[in-house]
Ligand binder design. Structure first.
Ligand SMILES: [Zn+2]
Length: 120
């Protein structure tokens, strides 16, 4: 793990459960025109994990008390948020995210392409 000098939480417009498209990296060809779900968001390192994208092999030590078998486990690796784009549920295209303040003061994320809200 890389050490983070200062743990500053950044404002990340992506949220767990969002559908995104991976734009860079070795999964690009495979993920072209396919969207995948965000599994976790790290606001400190500004990285997300995306379902079935950027699989890494993790070497784990067996821990019988936690019922963890040792060996090589494949799991999703973190991808920097600049390398993924949110897929708008309305126009179904990768888009940048805008913000809009509603009349009641709450904030919603909007699609920069079609202007519709990407939140339910
Ligand atoms: Zn849209």
């Amino acid at each position: 793990m890389k050490r983070v000098a200062e743990k500053i939480r950044q404002n990340i417009s992506l949220r767990k459960g969002d559908m995104v498209r991976v734009m860079r990296g070795k999964d690009r060809e495979e993920f072209h025109n396919k969207s995948a779900r965000v599994l976790s968001v790290d606001a400190v390192t500004m990285k997300v994990t995306v379902e079935h994208a950027h699989m890494i092999k993790r070497h784990t030590r067996p821990n019988p008390s936690k019922n963890i078998k040792g060996g090589i486990v494949e799991r999703e690796g973190p991808i920097h948020i600049s390398n993924v784009m949110l897929v708008c549920p309305a126009c179904n295209k990768p888009t940048r995210i805008g913000h809009n303040r509603l009349a009641d003061g709450s904030r919603v994320r909007i699609c920069r392409r079609c202007g519709l809200s990407v939140d339910k």
